[in-house]
Design a protein around this ligand. Sequence first.
Ligand code: SN0
Length: 316
Amino acid sequence: MRNFTTVTDVVDLNALIKEALDLKKNPYAHKTLGVNKTLGLIFLNPSLRTRLSTQKAALNLGMNVMVMNMDKEGWALETEDGIVMNQNTVEHIKEAAAVMGQYCDIVGVRSFPKLIDRDDDYSGDFFKKFIKYSGVPIVSLESSKLHPLQSFADVLTIEETKKVARPKVVLTWAPHIKSLPQAVPNSFAEWMNAYDVDFVITHPKGYDLAKEFSGKAKIEYNQTKALEGADYIYVKNWSSYEDYGKVLSMDSNWMMTNEKLKNTNNGKVMHCLPVRRGIELADEILDGPNSLVVQEAGNRLWSAQAVLKKILESNF
Ligand code: SN0
């Protein structure tokens, strides 16, 4: 594996799952693999789990790590080609990515969508340019449309807790006060389709995800029906893809509560975090026995470590 930006970069998902769970049992088994290699982590948006888990994963493999908050500490980046830079952007991605490639052996990049122009956000242009101009392997730390390290950790969490071979997994939309990206639900759907579970997505009308990611998932607009017999409930807000970036509903009836769990198969509740308590998820769920959110966040370490290991081993 050279770059990691989507599940389709993974050659053998089952093998990668095994790799990550082996690392969880034996974190320092490959502690010299990354010696004298440097990972650069570039954030254009805030981060807690991604930043810490990816750093820790690199350290476990013996790598050096440099972190930069580009949005606060870097020059404003220009990504358009052939533009006369007489406005606010200071440095072009052509030079910026190329320079990072001089200092780093692998670069991780986080760049959220602007949620204004759907074609622009979904073009993947930013990552394509980073891959092209840096000349080194690129790991997505959440792009404008996908968050693969999160979804890989989600798969690991299901894999290590599932009680049946093919559990029912329900991705449910939840309310939020802001307009959020579709990256986490797109990515979760993409990975669930590759992992092969009984996969249902539920959301109010107008919140359908891009077909390229929801794929073969069953779409059910009635949340109560969708949750029937669920083994896992993945809660997340996202803004509309159709009416791009818009908040179409703030209906608090969509918040996940203990009452709704009664209808499930003692369903375990997941969320990528950060979560808005009392809006997306009730306190009683987050503080109760069915919440997997902390274990799920813990697995971010093993997903990142397995991915970095694969890239280091590919002798790029
Ligand atoms: C991001 C998102 O993509 O939904 C990151 C999730 C890993 N979440 C947020 O931006 C939450 C912001 C908020 O104000 O709650």
